[in-house]
Design a protein around this ligand. Sequence first.
Ligand code: XMP
Length: 430
Amino acid sequence: MKQDMIVILDLGSTENTVVARAIRDLGVYSEIHPHDITVSELGKLENVKGIILNGGENRVVDGKEIDINEELYSCGIPMISIDHPTSKCDKKYDALLDEATLKSFIFDECKAEANWNMKNFIEDQVEIIRKQVGDKKVLLALSGGVDSSVVAALLIKAIGKQLVCVHVNHGLMRKNESESVVEVFRNQLDANLIYVDATERFLGKLENVADPEQKRKIIGSEFIRVFEEEARKLEGIDFLGQGTIYPDIIESGTKTAKCVKSHHNVGGLPEDLQFELVEPLAQLFKDEVRACGVELGLPENMVYRQPFPGPGLGVRCLGAITRDRLEAVRESDAILREEFEKAGLNKKVWQYFTVVPDFKAVGVRDNARSMGYMVVIRAVNTIDAMTASIERIDYDILEKVADRITAEVPSVNRVCYELTKKPVATIEFE
Ligand code: XMP
C-alpha cells in the first residue's frame, strides 16, 4: 500500500466527516471506523500512522457512555482525543482541531507522509481488486452515472475483460446518453459491455400509468428484472461491482448515528443470485470520485455531470408517459443543457432540466391556431438536495432557450421558468 492513514474512531461526533475531509485536504488518507474496533481489526488496516478519538455530545448511546477498546490505549500508535473529557488518552483537545494542531499531530507526531492522491489511490485499489477477484468475473450495472462509470473504469484498469458491464437503456435516458456509454466504454476503453435496449419493454409496462409512485416502482422493478435476466445468461460470475461511495455508507447509519436512508444501489436481486460485492469507491467522497474518474481518463462531461434520477426522464414526462411528450422532454433538455454549457452555467448550477406536463395549451403556429405542449425549465442550487434554491438565470439566456425549444421541438408552444424552492416543492416534479 502506498498511502499512510489516520484513523478516526467514531465516538458519536457529528463532525467525523469534517475531520476526515480536513485530513485528506492535507494530503493524508483518513478513514472513519467504529469506536469498538479491536486491536486485531486495526492491525488489518495498512499503514495506520495515527488515531483520532472523535467524541462529542452523542458519546452516550442508549444511556451508556461509550469508549474505545481499552487495549487500544497501549497499542503504540500516536493518539489524540477531541472533545472527550474522560478519555484515558494523554492528549486531549476540547474543541474541533484547528489546522495547526492537526498538522502538528499528523506530520510531527505520527510522521505521516502527505501521499494521498488519486494516482496512489488507483494503484492501491488495482492491487486490492486483483487480490480480491483473482481470476474470477465481476458483473456491473453501468448506468452511465458518475459513480458507476468511475467504478467501471477502475475495474477495467484492474481486471480488464474479467469485468462484464451491463448497460440497460430503459428508454428514459437523456439524449445521446446510452450512445456515449457505448462509445466510451466499448469503443474507447475496450470494455466487455452488454448493451440492452429495453425501451419497448419499459414503455409498454408504463403505458397509461399516471401515478408517480407507480411509475417509479415499475421502472425500478423492471430494471432489476432486465439486469437479473442478463446475469442469469452469464456463467461463472462471482462478484458484483457497485459504485457505493462514502456518503451512501454514512447515510446508512453507523453504530452511533441513526440511519438517514437505507442504502442500496442494486437492491432487490433475488436471493439465489448471490454475489460477493466489490466496492472500490466506498471510501471516497463525491468530489474525490470525480477526481478519480478524471485520473482514469474518463471524459469531463461524464465525470462532472449533474445528478440524474434513476427513473430518468420518466419522472419528467409528467403523468402517463407518451412517446411524443417523452421526445419533447428529451429534446428540450438537450437544448437547455447545450445553452447552459455555452453560458458556463453548467459549472454554476447544481441541477437543471425540463419537464413536460400532461396537457396542451393554445398557440399560433404558421398563422393558425394550434395546440402544443408546455415545457417547464427548472434550475436549482443545493448542498445536499434536502433544500434547494432557485438559480437567477439571465433573461437573455432564458429567452434564447425558449426560442430554440419552440423552434426546434414542433410539439411545444410554451416555455415557463419554475420559481419554487424546496421546500415547498421538491426538485423533481414526480
Ligand atoms: P427531490 O425531487 O426529492 O430530489 O427533491 C432530490 C434529488 O434526488 C434526485 N432523485 C433521484 N435520484 N433516484 C435517484 O438516484 C431517484 O429515484 C431519484 N428521485 C429524485 C433528484 O434528481 C434530485 O437531485
